[in-house]
Design a protein around this ligand. Structure first.
Ligand SMILES: [Zn+2]
Length: 343
């Protein structure tokens, strides 16, 4: 099976009311952990590469790791998504590489730092949709600005999404999915105190309002690692120095999914799992020097987190629910919806 359009994976998730984790990928072990976990619990897969991942992997290596995933797991629907494209060119590059989905983060200027005006966001996102949809490629946009900085992306200043702008934004840009800012942030440092289930941690009212106004829009929660405390403790026990920090608890993510979120971006948790595992092995066995002896267990530790997310977000068990669509199918789908909207 070739890569599947992300739009289909999200449409199917919406039909049955579950969420799909988006995992960032940079190397072979991460990709294997994501796929092994997906096979074990039968989940569809969204793998994402950022500009940083493309640079780190020299592009070609990442593309061929993806090809290997498709070849090794032919029955599992896999979408390959560009995370935080900052300009039209990078989106085009990803599509040329064979990605089935791109994010045009028009909430920020090309530097990935300065907030972009609402009108410019519409213009640049629409430009990406205009060339992506005729190729059957899914497009995610972003409205509002997330807090935190990751891979050099982020203004460091948070601006929650205004639900009243969303309908117009979606109508004008025709995006398939939209990243919303509701109080999550990128990176490991999200909340300074332990989140309290009795207090409003995230702006769920924004999610609910957007879902009312645009029931067919797939909302995306970025910066949604849960920062497991046992991993932080393990890193620090074996020589690390991660300051006190809390992530987005799984209960808050489940609330978001119940209110209409379909894609939940997780990156930090896998980084923490790798680091915690390797630190412990280096401590326990100072003579170890075969990378397979620590990268293998690190891969297993990632898989444990990955399976937990597939189960909690609800995508487990849904890999074989549907016949995967091709980009050709999606071309026709977009052509028809353009025709309908022009009538
Ligand atoms: Zn993000």
């Amino acid at each position: 099976m070739p890569l599947v359009p992300m739009r289909q994976i999200l449409d199917e998730a919406a039909k049955k009311g579950y969420g799909v984790p988006h995992f960032n990928v940079n190397n072979m072990e991460q990709a294997q952990a994501i796929m092994r976990g997906a096979e074990e619990v039968e989940s569809p897969v969204i793998m994402a590469a950022s500009k940083g991942a493309l640079k780190y992997s020299d592009m070609l290596f990442l593309r061929n790791i993806m090809n290997a995933c498709v070849e090794r797991y032919p029955k599992i629907p896999i979408a390959l998504h560009l995370d935080h494209g900052t300009n039209v060119e990078i989106c085009k590059t990803a599509i040329d590489l064979g990605f089935s989905s791109v994010m045009m983060d028009g909430s920020l200027e090309e530097d990935g730092k300065t907030p972009r005006s609402y009108d410019d966001n519409i213009a640049v996102t629409r430009e990406v949709v205009n060339f992506a949809h005729p190729l059957g490629i899914t497009v995610e946009g972003e409205l509002g600005c997330l807090g935190g900085i990751e891979d050099g992306i982020g203004s460091g200043e948070e601006k929650l999404t205004n639900p009243d702008q969303v309908k117009e934004f979606v109508e004008k840009t025709k995006v398939d999915a939209l990243a919303v800012s509701i109080g999550t942030s990128h990176g490991a440092y999200k909340f300074k105190i332990q989140p309290d289930p009795d207090k409003n941690l995230l702006a769920m009212n924004i999610i609910r309002r957007i879902h009312e106004l645009c029931p067919n829009l797939h909302m995306v929660m970025h910066g949604s690692s849960s920062v497991p405390q046992e991993l932080i403790a393990q890193i620090n026990q074996y020589g690390g120095d991660i300051k006190e920090t809390y992530g987005v608890p799984l209960w808050a993510i489940k609330e978001g999914i119940a209110a209409g979120v379909r894609k939940v971006n997780v990156d930090t948790d896998l980084r923490l799992a790798v680091t915690a595992t390797i630190r412990k092995i280096f401590h326990d066995d100072p003579e170890a020097f075969d990378p397979r002896k620590y990268l293998g267990p690190a891969r297993d530790a990632m898989k444990t987190i990955i399976i937990e997310r597939y189960n909690t977000f609800g995508s487990a068990g849904h890999a074989y629910d549907y016949e995967p669509k091709t980009l050709e199918d999606m071309k026709i789908f977009y052509e028809e919806s353009e025709l309908q909207s022009s009538r």
